[in-house]
Ligand binder design. Structure first.
Ligand SMILES: Nc1ncnc2c1ncn2[C@@H]1O[C@H](COP(=O)(O)OP(=O)(O)OP(=O)(O)O)[C@@H](O)[C@H]1O
Length: 480
């Protein structure tokens, strides 16, 4: 049965009674409202699969309810009940997005038929495709976490312990260690399977956009915003939200995330209503969050609220025993994806891969294997096929500080570009520079509270150049 919770709103008590009795008998959970305002309050606080509302009610008409309820819960299906004489209303309701209408007086069979239709429509259009996709994902997640090292065994144990509950998990680990993969595993092994898994990378989205991405925005919340937008929290309702790179979340947004965790409700930007959400939060970071707490860059209360269960993914170089299985797995996958005959690594090549320090972790290993598969015509991969790797290895070993800015940038670049199948003519140079320039200028402007003269002085660039960059890179200046 695809439908569970039904809201019935009618000012006529006898109608509420008849409908609730009939629907409860069929096994649905039915809740009742005596007018439109009450119904809207209930929709705000709870989620329903279907609302059956009378079009003529005191206070708020069924049509007004329809508009407001659909704004609050775009997924809610609304069936309106209308008197035979007012067909005009029924047409209007359909135009405004009602799922169907029933003319009064009606036989209960008509209601049954509509509910069945709603259930079927949901089944066909949503559930089946969702479940298919999710079963596929689940299958992949379970087959796709490779590694039997003691560190990974600990990870599997923790996944098993936390999956069934709604406890918040904070996954810490360097870039490319598999944080998102593990977050998915938690979701797909939880009771929230079949509901959405929504991931958002807090570091990849500019601050101003991040807030509306997370919480949504009402029509007219910004100049030129003509549409209402639902945020990731609403999209993840009943499922899991994965807040990646949470360490990069600005302090004021941290306060808002804390509120969602405590109250389980959000407010869209430009809106005044609180909207209940039922979302499990899994967060991840590749930074030392406690250090950020000490530096007052991360809220202590949020840290403890997120860190209910900490899950630490150790760098690949500290669990080298997992490398052979990962190599085999990535080789098989790369050959299948690229539709080339199976390849293997020679003993020497495997030795080289096992001794590399993998600053980009599993993602770097995956991309290295893909690249070798693309470039080598031979079924046996030798150390020559990983030539770049030994050179990189040598420079990394020679570097006294592995975590220097240069090494970090190199690791990021490697993970971003080395997996690209075909390196073609493009604008990578400009794109990379832009991604360095923008945060650098934004950060300095933040530190000088938007003072462009000081920012130019600190950066050692001409003021006009700075002004030009700010416009070109679309940097917004906050002067508080
Ligand atoms: N144990 C593992 N077994 C198989 N594949 C893995 C494993 N760990 C990571 N991967 C693969 O490595 C890649 C990077 O993983 P993922 O995106 O989950 O890392 P991450 O820690 O979230 O990275 P970032 O911090 O950069 O967002 C993915 O393609 C993922 O499937």
């Amino acid at each position: 049965m695809a439908l569970h919770r039904i809201l019935v709103a009618d000012d006529e008590e006898s109608m509420r009674w008849v409908l609730s009795k009939a629907l409860r008998k069929k096994g649905y959970t039915v809740e009742l409202a005596a007018d439109g305002n009450q119904a809207l309050r209930m929709v705000r606080e709870q989620s329903y699969d279907l609302a059956i509302v009378d079009i003529k009610m005191p206070g708020m008409t069924g049509l007004e309810f329809l508009d407001k309820a659909r704004e609050l819960r775009p997924d809610l299906l609304v069936v309106v009940m209308t008197a035979e004489a007012s067909m005009k209303n029924a047409v209007e309701a359909m135009k405004r997005g009602a799922y169907d209408y029933i003319t009064k007086p009606f036989d209960l069979e008509v209601v049954d038929a509509i509910i069945e239709k709603v259930g079927r429509a949901r089944d066909v259009s949503n559930q089946v495709s969702l479940l298919k996709q999710e079963l596929k994902d689940r299958y992949q997640v379970e087959k796709n976490i490779i590694g039997n090292s003691p560190a990974m065994q600990e990870v599997y144990k923790t996944i098993g312990k936390v999956a069934a509950s709604d406890v918040t998990v904070l996954i810490q680990g360097e870039s490319g260690t598999g944080k998102e993969l593990i977050a998915r595993a938690i979701h797909f092994n939880s009771t929230r399977l079949g509901k959405p898994f929504v991931a958002i990378n807090c570091a990849a989205i500019p601050r101003d956009l991040l807030e509306s991405e997370l919480f949504g925005s009402e029509r007219g919340a910004f100049t030129g915003s003509t549409e209402r937008k639902t945020g990731k929290f609403e999209q993840a309702n009943h499922g899991t939200i994965f807040l990646d790179e949470i360490g990069d979340m600005p302090l004021d947004l941290q306060a808002k995330i804390l509120r969602v965790l405590q109250e389980q409700e959000i407010t869209r930007i430009g809106g005044s209503q609180n909207i209940a959400v039922d979302v499990r939060v899994v967060a991840a970071t590749n930074q030392e969050l406690l250090e950020k707490v000490r530096n007052r860059e991360f809220r202590e209360d949020l840290f403890y609220r997120l860190n209910v269960v900490p899950l630490h993914l150790v760098p690949l170089r500290e669990r080298r025993e997992d490398i052979p299985a990962l190599v085999e797995y990535f080789l098989e996958r790369a050959c299948a994806e690229m539709e080339v005959p199976a390849k293997q690594c020679s003993g020497e090549a495997l030795e080289l891969l096992c001794s590399h320090s993998w600053p980009g972790n599993v993602r770097e290993l995956e991309n290295t294997i893909k690249r070798a598969v693309i470039l080598s015509g031979d079924p046996l991969l030798t150390p020559q096929d990983f030539n770049g790797l030994s050179e990189r290895q040598a420079t990394i070993h020679a570097a006294p500080q592995e975590q220097s800015l240069e090494a970090l940038v190199e690791a990021k670049l490697r993970t971003a570009f080395f997996g690209i199948e075909k390196l073609e003519k493009g604008d990578i140079y400009d794109r990379v520079l832009e991604q360095v320039e923008r945060p650098l200028i934004r950060y300095t402007l933040e530190k000088t509270r938007g003072n462009q003269v000081r920012t130019a002085d600190i950066l050692g660039i001409n003021r006009n150049t700075l002004r030009k960059k700010i416009t070109e890179l679309g940097i917004q200046i906050k002067k508080d």
